[in-house]
Design a binder for this molecule. Structure first.
Ligand SMILES: [Zn+2]
Length: 204
């Protein structure tokens, strides 16, 4: 007899949300007391977050592909209860265990943009675009320059996948001063950016 788990019934998502107790502890420090309720909560979160993400997984990666970007086959994303002042990061993709799903989509897409930037198949395009941004905005710090490209791509993906909700989702991703500055520059460039392929228009 074959027992099918939920994930056997449909193709695995390219972004696989996976809770890991050890990794959670590594990031936030080992909590006091019984670990069992923490594991249970983590696995319940994993199921809930997968149910939200999986129907959108294909659309998100199609949106990147439509912009000519390449990606690895699958990527794990680890939800963690972040300590204060720790932000999501890309490698390994780690994000706060939030049940604000719009925030989760926005954060995951942001980190996926960074991962696309790192793919060697995308470097010529990325580099051309970054050179242009450095030349056009020489006084901005490096984080702002990098994030002008990351956040523009993030917005373009969110616009394609969530045409009704993208504005709210962009706002969910704000808060960090350097990122806020990048978003401010993007707003100022709004009409010059081709939202079907933002990097292409920013490289001109
Ligand atoms: Zn970032």
């Amino acid at each position: 007899m074959t027992i099918y788990s939920r994930s056997d019934k449909q193709p695995a998502a390219r972004l696989s949300i996976s809770y890991s107790l050890s990794y959670d502890w590594l990031v936030r420090g080992r909590p006091e007391g019984d670990w069992r309720p923490i594991l249970k909560e983590g696995l319940e979160y994993q199921e809930a977050a997968r149910a939200e993400w999986e129907p959108l997984d294909r659309l998100v990666f199609e949106a990147y592909r439509a912009m000519g970007l390449k990606f690895w086959d699958t990527w794990r994303a680890y939800p963690v209860k972040f300590p204060e002042a720790v932000n999501a990061f890309k490698d390994p993709l780690t994000f706060p265990m939030t049940k604000d799903w719009e925030e989760m989509f926005s954060v995951l897409v942001h980190e996926l943009c960074h991962l696309h930037e790192d793919h060697p198949g995308n470097s010529p395009r990325y580099q051309a675009c970054l050179d242009r941004v450095r030349a056009d905005f020489p006084r901005e710090n490096e984080t702002v320059q990098f994030h002008l490209l990351t956040c523009a791509l993030q917005r373009a993906i969110l616009m394609r996948v969530f045409p009704d909700r993208w504005k709210r989702m962009v706002n969910r991703g704000k808060g960090h001063p350097d990122l806020n500055r990048s978003w401010q520059l993007i707003d100022a460039l709004e009409r010059q950016i081709d939202w079907a392929d933002p990097w292409k228009s920013l490289a001109k």
